[in-house]
Design a protein around this ligand. Structure first.
Ligand SMILES: C[S@@+](CC[C@H](N)C(=O)[O-])C[C@H]1O[C@@H](n2cnc3c(N)ncnc32)[C@H](O)[C@@H]1O
Length: 306
């Protein structure tokens, strides 16, 4: 069985429009579900893959070696995409954001509110900032801000206050200790709708891994790396990621306001990109039934046209 079930696998590969001699980047290698399919289609081409997580990199290196040797893996954040690629252009870039199933399921990573573990949440096991650090050292104001901004958590202040009170008695060490604190801040009737810890855990994960800032930069850089005809395919799992993608794609593919409406817009003022998906692609019911983790996925695609 696969360690991670890839989301929108066929759709993402189809939309990448792979040329057998092209160069493709998988910015989020994970367990090489998408990368494996890309590599199978590359005859003379090359796959370049990134992942912060050393476990994912080690597993996927072995998996991809069984398909071919025309790939290179970087155990680094996709924030470094431009530096790694230097001046080399590519024919496609894939982002399949978020965490892999092993990151959520393994006992020691601290991503899941359903498992008891040390508060960690680092994708890159060598980075310094952990969820433990944030929960136990950030000010009440900073915690409130993060829970609001990255979790859209309406009980943010109450939860931050409770954390501050609790950690003054004893440091908050584990996921379950944190879940317990959050649980006490949630009104009973809201608990039936969603797990009370869901939003705070999302917020902490985003802060630990600097997810939104890195994605925004890397997505802009990816557009610059594209050859004409090349595409960027992005799969997001929550509204904050999707909003960033939607806005960047919109800006890149829209005619400049100043010249909009002119009868003959000079070629150099026309956008360099064309939106391929006017509305995001979402998984079919059958995929959601088979893999419940796919249910919040949205895929957007853009192509360089000049
Ligand atoms: C949803 S999984 C990708 C799964 C993969 N497409 C597959 O089918 O096996 C996301 C992966 O991206 C990695 N990741 C997330 N943000 C990253 C970043 N900023 N830089 C590099 N890797 C990142 C995570 O560690 C995780 O392994």
């Amino acid at each position: 069985m696969e360690k991670h079930t890839s989301v929108l696998l066929k759709e993402a590969i189809d939309y990448l429009n792979i040329r057998e001699d092209g160069t493709y980047i998988d910015a989020t290698l994970g367990y090489a579900g998408h990368s494996g399919e890309i590599l199978k289609q590359l005859n003379k081409g090359t796959l370049i893959a990134f992942d912060k997580d050393i476990d994912a990199v080690n597993y996927s290196r072995t998996k991809l070696s069984k398909i071919g040797d025309n790939f290179k893996i970087y155990n680094t954040g996709f924030i470094n995409i431009k530096e790694v690629m230097e001046d080399k252009k590519v024919d496609g870039v894939l982002f399949d954001l978020g965490v892999s199933s092993p990151e959520i399921d393994e006992d020691n990573r601290g991503f899941s509110y359903m498992k008891n573990s040390k508060l960690d949440m680092r994708m890159d096991q060598n980075s310094k900032l952990t969820a433990y650090e944030i929960v136990n050292t950030y000010t009440k104001e900073a915690l409130t801000n993060i829970f609001r901004k990255y979790g859209e958590e309406k009980h943010a202040l109450k939860i931050a206050e409770k954390i501050e009170k609790q950690r003054n008695i004893k440091k908050i060490e584990t996921t379950y200790e944190l879940v317990d604190i959050i649980d006490k801040c949630y009104p009973y009737k809201e608990k039936r709708l969603t797990h009370p810890a869901k939003k705070v855990f999302q917020a902490l994960r985003i802060e630990v891994n600097n997810e939104l800032n890195e994605f925004e930069k890397a997505l802009k850089d990816s557009l610059e790396l594209l050859n004409i005809g090349g595409r960027v395919v992005v799969i997001t799992f929550h509204s904050l990621e999707d909003r960033i993608c939607k806005n960047i794609f919109k800006q890149a593919s829209e005619v400049n306001e100043v010249v909009k409406g002119m009868p003959d817009i000079p070629l150099n003022l026309l956008p360099n990109f064309k939106l391929i998906t006017k509305k995001p692609i979402i998984p079919r019911d059958e995929e959601i039934r088979r893999n419940s983790r796919s249910k919040s996925a949205k895929m957007r695609v853009i192509e360089r046209i000049k």
